[in-house]
Write a new protein. Structure first.
Ligand SMILES: [Mn+2]
Ligand SMILES: [Mn+2]
Ligand SMILES: [Zn+2]
Ligand SMILES: [Zn+2]
Lengths: 145, 145
DNA sequence: ATTTGACTTAGAATTATTCTAATTCAGTAT
DNA sequence: ATACTGAATTAGAATAATTCTAAGTCAAAT
């Protein structure tokens, strides 16, 4: 467990302020949880991890904080097939890989500009502001843990 | 409303048989509903449309039929952001466009082989058996109905 | 110090989907 | 033809992630 660094705290404060919201201990802790372990946790998992750092936090607050972070643009929601929503603090354009064996979700870096280029397949009348690319399959040798 | 053509019925029977399941009036009707109006309906919508052709069908059966069709490979599920699952009988590799204004989902044809090529961004240890590409944004002039 | 509105919280409500258990049905065996 | 068997259908209950509600807490601003 590592607390939010000064830099991350700045980023958070800026982004929250920019979207008219306040920095709070709960929001900082939840954000720290996401930055600390980038395995695309669900709200439940975020709750468990946050609770170990801030035992009084509630599930409702975790949902509220996650929503706040998403609306401020610092965190992205990742939805995979009806499963509980996962949360990803990786702001770089990237794809996701969903392992059918373990259910884990991995970030997949993509070449600079590729995500944007994908939108070129769209006919003229469509204008996309987000592009989502998800692979599903298996890992050769599963990362243990 | 148009009933299942002989050709579609064959396709259905083959695919069901291949996955060890039977062709039934309910399954044929649900499949027909999907083929008839390719707007990625939700289970609720499929239920309403099917009910008008077969008033005695139940919601449970619609879910069962949809699951059967998916498991037989004739229909794909399309999940967009926590919304109810949608169903798509378009078997060609294609992308989806989700309109933020109307919530409607459109098929987007992609160049031959492109979906497969996307998997080339994956590091060696990943092996993908499915690739999903979803755009989100707006349509210049919304298709009226 | 008071006020104000944002934030947090526990628990209730919602809702798409899945499950359960009881029929109905179609095909096969007798 | 009749009986048997497992698959398919059905109504309704159960589930579970998320959202909502309403009451309390808190911190900045007056
Ligand atoms: Mn795996
Ligand atoms: Mn639109
Ligand atoms: Zn990610
Ligand atoms: Zn489609």
């Amino acid at each position: 467990m590592r607390l939010l660094g000064q830099e991350d705290k700045e980023t958070l404060a800026m982004a929250l302020d920019h979207s008219g919201q306040r920095a709070t201990p709960q929001r900082e802790t939840v954000f720290g949880v996401l930055l600390d372990q980038r395995d695309h946790p669900t709200a439940d998992e975020v709750y468990a991890r946050t609770k170990s750092r801030m035992p009084t936090i509630s599930m409702a607050t975790v949902y509220n904080c996650l929503e706040t972070l998403v609306s401020s643009g610092l965190v992205k929601q990742v939805n995979i097939e009806r499963e509980p929503t996962r949360y990803c603090p990786n702001l770089a354009p990237h794809a996701h890989f969903h392992c059918r064996d373990t259910g884990r979700v991995y970030d997949v870096p993509v070449p600079e500009g590729m995500m944007k280029d994908l939108a070129k397949v769209l006919p003229g009348e469509y204008s996309a502001d987000s592009v989502e690319l998800v692979f599903r399959g298996h890992l050769a040798k599963e990362k243990t843990k």
